[in-house]
Design a protein. Structure first.
Length: 274
């Protein structure tokens, strides 16, 4: 079900790129599918003791309501943020839906991660083309471990607003090498922490019943997630500097969503009808 929702979202946002009268309805379909995906993944994330995405799913509901409301009004600010999402899917789709490209990227990241681990004194063995093993602990490199989602999102941010070619090129070089290299280092940290059992703490909240999983939980679900958030904020600031239009859009969106959320908290949703 989750995979279908991602595919539907991708199709909707790509259809939104076509300048026709129904494009805003496809943007709505894209946003609804994204939120639906977050809720559909609830059981998996809870089983992994990852509460970040379930929390995001709940927080996204009022934002989804506001987004739909203003897409129906053809508001240029929400259309612009939908364009960012559409460009992000345009970058992600080839790797997400063409197995040969996705597997090529996974293989490249697995090989580079292994090379860095060997260079720092923590060599791993390949149990399969994307399965790294050390000290009896195995880590599978999947598409989510390549950083392509973060790269696609941030390139969507950089390329989804009206800007010059020079600004778009600057955005690419700010986003791609930074996220790609830091993601390799992230993989190295998580695999080393897991296979060396650096963080065997609080199994009552960090264990999923698998021996040694606590170290993976703290390294991957907590430290790496927080680190990624800091990096994305820093990248956003760099993009705002290189592409001032982004800063203007971000401020406009902040004012829009803040104002709508305050209105909802004060008076509740608008009543419809005549």
């Amino acid at each position: 079900m989750s995979d279908y929702l991602v595919l539907i979202s991708c199709i909707c946002f790509l259809a939104f790129l076509i300048p026709w009268r129904y494009r805003n309805y496809f943007a709505i379909g894209g946003w609804v599918s994204i939120v639906g995906y977050l809720f559909a993944e609830f059981p998996r994330y809870i089983s992994l003791n990852n509460f970040v995405y379930p929390t995001l799913a709940i927080l996204s509901l009022p934002l989804l309501y506001i987004t739909i409301k203003y897409l129906l009004r053809d508001d240029p600010r929400v259309i612009q943020v939908s364009m960012i999402a559409a460009v992000a899917f345009l970058v992600y789709a080839p790797f997400g839906y063409i197995p040969a490209l996705g597997n090529w990227l996974i293989s490249a990241v697995a090989g580079q991660t292994s090379a860095v681990l060997s260079a720092i004194g923590y060599p791993v063995n390949f149990q399969a083309w994307n399965m790294l093993e050390r000290n009896g602990f195995q880590t599978e490199i999947v598409l989510a471990c390549t950083g392509i989602q973060s790269i696609a999102i941030m390139l969507g941010v950089a390329w989804g607003v009206k800007s010059t070619l020079k600004q778009k090129i600057a955005g690419f070089f700010i986003v791609f090498p930074t996220i790609y290299i830091l993601n390799i280092l992230r993989n190295v940290f998580v695999i080393t922490a897991y296979t060396e059992q650096w963080f065997p703490y609080l199994p009552e909240i960090a264990s999923n019943g698998e021996f040694g999983y606590e170290s993976f939980f703290w390294a991957h679900n907590v430290m790496a997630e927080l680190g990624a958030l800091v990096v994305l904020v820093a990248l956003a600031y760099a993009l705002f500097t290189a592409i001032p239009q982004l800063a203007t859009l971000a401020n406009d969106l902040y004012l829009l969503y803040r104002g709508e959320l305050e209105r909802l908290l004060r008076r509740g949703p608008e009543k419809t009808g005549t």
